[in-house]
Ligand binder design. Structure first.
Ligand code: GCW
Length: 643
């Protein structure tokens, strides 16, 4: 058994009358829409009319819902729109009905699962995979419930296997697995979700007649063409493929001294006639940077590899760019690639799997963070332009991209509650809603999720909302300070270890010594700040104008550096770390006030995780503070205990 997330499951027919122009429709999306409506207790004895219109402004996925109790109408230009409308009507009835006319802002709204075929999940924090077990694909009730769940928040694409394609996953595109892939793809399609697969770029190496993956070798392209013909013949609804190449040990075009575009286009051309999309990741960097090498800067890597290739990618390729230049830290600037490739489709990659943000043992509601990223103005159309926020670039507005959108690394697994921490489901819900409508605020999304999940109790709403909204700032406070990132235990990425990366060969350094901390990334350093468009480049160039939360990302500064608050850097570090742990204390109290108001089992699960977080936030506080105290020997002005 597993919990129902925010979906309102009712197994009994509610007696609603659902009227559709074509009562004998065999369309599975319509059937699913009717099924959802029939089981919604809020529609007991009411009437819902589903109507396909010619209103082009609704696009392929939009809907218009109106009506007065007891009669409601959902209009859309497609079956998918009607299905979305059905889910939306159900949630509106639970939240308070109002007329809406909504069209998704982003064309691609995807989740990337890092699930392996042996059932494990890379960076998975909520149990095992529910897609794979013992090298086989599983399809069961849970799969269907997941598809419903994604549909209910407007997700329209899902990659089910890890971008690190190894072992049996290399054979996922072989005959043996395609029957199941087809079934899964049909199931997802019936909920408006396209199935995608991650590919092993070097698959042709294993063909004895080829033994190469050189994208310019015609035999390689031909092999892929035949492969895709074979796949699409069996699985015509497949959305396309995702590729991680030349990254962290994955093979790619660099082996043959070819560019990322040459690699991507070879696959994209073979895919083109099937209407498939090739999602190509930009997470390419040297993960073995020597500590003596002061020139290489991991933050620059994807910009340096991709930016000059603008216009070189085929039109069915979309570049998938992580939100920041590093790797899903609690705070990073936005990737400088956004806005600087006007002729290349781009989409943004977020991570709701909380790899570096508490691994779903800590509450960390990430939507406020994603909002900040999306609202960042990159001035792609000149210094004073105000029409190119990250959200405009990835929605395709700024440059009129053919394909673009948002994706996130998924946070679900086989755990009873799907997401390990019950409150982590707010990130899944929130990501879907935000991808559909980036104008929604983090508070609005939180309040919707809480009410759909826990009902309309005012106290529950208020307290959980406070907890969620406090959680990301709190996590940032007790974590690595001011954007420096990476003070986490290498390999597991959990728990404090300020020098962990400093002395590992993974090649990401903060270079703290007894006087200063940070890597200088302005013109006198690695030049990273200069990669942004103006006025951002100048803003990041100087410590005085760099937003303080990113100060140590961009600059190497002495501990005596005075912040706008009048505090020294070192005092700021001490203060925020004490505050962070106190915030978690407050969050725990707020939650405990809800005993008896939410289901006991869920209450206990959440309380246990908060207890762990409280202990762990103090551990973070003490390890980070004592690290800086011992490095600097500067006392805390407030005389609190430092170890
Ligand atoms: O940060 C790294 C993760 C890897 C992950 C990689 C990526 C799937 O630690 O586990 O690999 O990011 O995004 O490709």
């Amino acid at each position: 058994m597993y919990t129902k997330l925010w979906l309102d499951y009712e197994t009994n027919d509610s007696g609603v009358r659902v009227l559709f122009d074509d009562p004998f429709s065999e369309d599975r999306k319509i059937q699913n829409a009717v099924k959802e409506l029939k089981h919604c207790r809020f529609l007991k004895d009411k009437t819902v009319c589903l109507r396909i219109t010619r209103d082009e402004s609704l696009g392929e996925e939009g809907y218009h819902i109106y009506g007065n109790d007891p009669e409601y109408t959902i209009e859309a230009a497609s079956e998918t729109g009607l299905l979305y409308g059905a889910f939306r009507l159900i949630s509106l009835l639970r939240l308070g009905f109002r007329e809406v006319c909504e069209v998704p802002e982003n064309r691609l709204r995807m989740l990337n699962h890092w699930d392996n075929m042996d059932g494990t999940i890379e960076r998975g924090y909520s149990g095992n995979s529910f897609f794979f077990e013992n090298n086989e694909l599983i399809i069961n009730q849970r799969t269907e419930d997941y598809a419903r769940c994604l549909c209910s928040i407007g997700i329209n694409g899902v990659v089910i296997n890890n971008v690190n394609v190894k072992d049996e996953a290399c054979r996922l595109i072989d005959d043996r697995h395609l029957i199941q892939v087809k079934k899964l793809s049909e199931l997802f399609s019936s909920y408006g979700v396209k199935l995608f697969l991650s590919l092993n770029y070097a698959a042709t190496m294993e063909d004895e007649r080829i033994q190469s993956a050189d994208p310019l070798d015609p035999r390689v392209g031909l092999w892929w063409e035949r492969k895709f013909d074979e796949i699409y013949e069996k699985v015509p609804e497949l959305g396309g493929f995702l590729v991680k190449a030349d990254s962290e040990g994955r093979p790619g075009p660099f082996t043959y001294e070819r560019t990322q575009a040459e690699g991507a286009n070879m696959l994209a051309r073979a895919l083109k006639k099937h209407g498939g999309i090739l999602v190509w990741r930009c997470f390419v960097y040297n993960c073995q940077q020597d500590w003596r090498d002061l020139k290489t800067d991991r933050a620059r890597a994807s910009y340096d590899y991709f930016h000059n290739l603008d216009g070189c990618f085929d039109d069915n390729v979309v570049l998938q760019i992580k939100n920041g230049p590093m790797d899903f830290q609690v705070r990073e600037p936005v990737s400088p690639l956004f806005g600087q490739m006007p002729h290349t489709n781009q989409m943004i990659e977020f991570q709701i799997a909380q790899e570096y943000t508490g691994q779903q043992r800590h509450v960390c509601y990430l939507i406020p963070w994603f909002k900040e990223v999306l609202e960042f103005e990159i001035c792609a159309k000149g210094e004073n332009s105000r029409d190119s926020k990250v959200k405009d670039v990835v929605s395709g507005k700024t440059f009129d991209y053919k394909i673009s959108g948002m994706c996130a690394v998924a946070n679900t697994g086989s755990d009873e509650n799907w997401t390990g921490h019950d409150l982590a489901a707010a990130n899944l819900y929130g990501f879907g809603r935000l991808a559909f409508d980036p104008e929604l605020s983090a508070e609005e999304i939180a309040s919707e999720w809480i009410r759909l999940t826990y009902g309309n109790n005012e106290k529950v709403l208020q307290n959980i909302q406070k907890i969620l909204m406090m959680s990301w700032p709190a996590y940032e406070k007790y974590n690595a300070p001011l954007g420096i990132g990476w003070m986490v235990t290498p390999s597991v990425h959990y728990g404090p270890d300020p020098d962990g990366y400093e002395y590992s060969k993974w090649g990401t350094y903060h270079k703290a010594d007894c006087r200063a901390i940070g890597v200088e990334r302005n013109a006198s350093g690695t030049g990273y700040a200069g990669l942004y468009l103006e006025p951002n480049a100048s803003m990041y160039e100087n410590p005085e104008t760099t937003p303080e939360e990113l100060l140590l990302f961009f600059h190497r500064l002495p501990y005596s550096y005075v912040l706008k608050s009048g505090k020294t850097l070192i005092q700021h570090i001490y203060d925020t770390h004490f505050e962070g742990a106190e915030d978690v204390e407050r969050m725990t109290e707020l939650f405990r006030e809800l005993r008896g108001l939410i289901e006991e089992k869920a209450f206990d699960r959440i309380e246990k995780r908060l207890e762990h977080q409280l202990w762990h936030s103090k551990e973070w506080r003490d390890v980070i503070n004592s690290y800086f105290y011992r490095k600097t020997l500067i006392e805390d002005e407030k005389g609190r205990k430092l170890y």
